[in-house]
Design a protein around this ligand. Structure first.
Ligand code: NCD
Length: 342
């Protein structure tokens, strides 16, 4: 079923289910990692990302997107995702990038305009080939894709998904450790509100074999039970604990996240936020317990969960991880918008 057929059938934005990738990203939305159906799709993306790395390292301007119009609409703060998508489009030669980082503060959303009306407005005013959206509502990308003619890439939706982050995270794991099977991945911090961990856990469950994940968080910030159930149903071994020391010596990947202040703010629970904020801090001392050949990752921003002294440890992969965001986003744009030119 094409996305346009799906839209006609689903008569309502809430029921919009994005088309599976099924071996080909061309012309498709990328809204959820659940669209990925096979390991091959990720490997294809990684191969193209490697080509992109070579172009960037050689400082070679590409032309894959010369005739395209790409729109970035960000309703929430962003540094890495916004900058890397913008740079990715330009490295690919896109002449017409309409990048609006302040949608939540400066667009007509402030006057009460709905997302469907904004999406239709943007399509009329910019004639886009692709829309990249970051928005605080969980179902925002599905809603945007329902109304848009152009494909939509989800650059972070509420507490639910951040599929392009999951792609760059898995690419980083593969780059750093040389494999994606048989790994013990620990996810640490705010697993309740954080969206990156949810997308990465699901992606690992879909494409990696024999993965064990340890979910380390305070009781109140545990990963939602239905997601944990789904991961187990897909055959993943999932262990939940509050105690990092207990599992750290065995892990291959320590994926650290911040406590998501904005959701505590929205719920008027800032006292609780300040209580939870310091729950974990990874320091050089912490890492003495970890293997020599493991990696520490973080989607960033960090607000105290990883001490600056850790940055010089070769296992600290979080800055390399950011650069991988550029390469994988270039690959994704090139694959969705057409054949990349080698
Ligand atoms: C993350 C996000 O927006 O979900 N940031 C990012 O895209 N790298 C993580 C976060 O904000 O904590």
């Amino acid at each position: 079923m094409t996305r346009h057929e799906a839209r006609e059938l689903s008569s309502h934005a809430e029921r919009f289910v994005p088309e599976k990738i099924d071996g080909d990203f061309f012309g498709k939305d990328f809204i959820s990692v659940e669209q990925i159906t096979s390991r091959g799709e990720v490997e294809c993306l990684f191969r193209v990302a490697e080509v992109m790395r070579k172009s960037v390292e050689a400082r070679r301007q590409r032309n894959d997107l010369r005739d395209k119009t790409v729109v970035e609409l960000f309703y929430q703060p962003s540094t890495r995702t916004f900058a890397s998508f913008l740079a990715a489009a330009r490295w690919l030669g896109c002449q017409r990038v309409v990048a609006i980082p302040g949608m939540g503060a400066y667009s007509s959303a402030v006057k009460g305009e709905s997302l469907p009306d904004t999406i239709r407005t943007i399509e009329e005013t910019t004639a886009p080939d692709l829309i990249i959206l970051r928005h605080p509502v969980d179902n925002s990308s599905e809603e945007a894709a329902f109304y848009a003619q152009a494909p939509v890439i989800n650059a972070g939706s509420g507490k639910k998904e951040h599929p392009t982050q999951a792609i760059l995270d898995l690419f980083t794991i593969y780059q750093e450790l040389g494999k994606m099977d048989g790994l013990h991945v620990a996810m640490l911090g705010d697993l309740k509100y954080g969206r990156t961990v949810k997308s990465l856990a699901k992606l690992l469950a879909i494409v990696a074999k024999d993965t064990k994940i340890s979910l380390v968080s305070p009781e109140i910030l545990k990963m939602p039970w239905d997601l944990v159930r789904d991961l187990r149903m897909r055959g993943m071994e999932v262990y939940e604990t509050e105690n990092l020391d207990e599992i750290l010596p065995a892990v291959d990947v320590l994926y650290v996240t911040r406590v998501q202040k904005e959701w505590f703010e929205a719920a008027g629970k800032m006292a609780l936020y300040h209580k939870l904020k310091g729950a974990y801090e990874v320091t050089p001392e912490t890492l003495k317990m970890a293997k020599e050949d493991m990696v520490v990752m973080h989607p960033f921003p960090r607000v105290g969960e990883i001490a600056y002294e850790v940055d010089s440890d070769p296992r600290a992969a979080y800055f390399r991880q950011m650069r991988n965001g550029l390469y994988t986003r270039m690959a994704l744009l090139a694959l969705i918008l057409g054949k990349h030119d080698g």
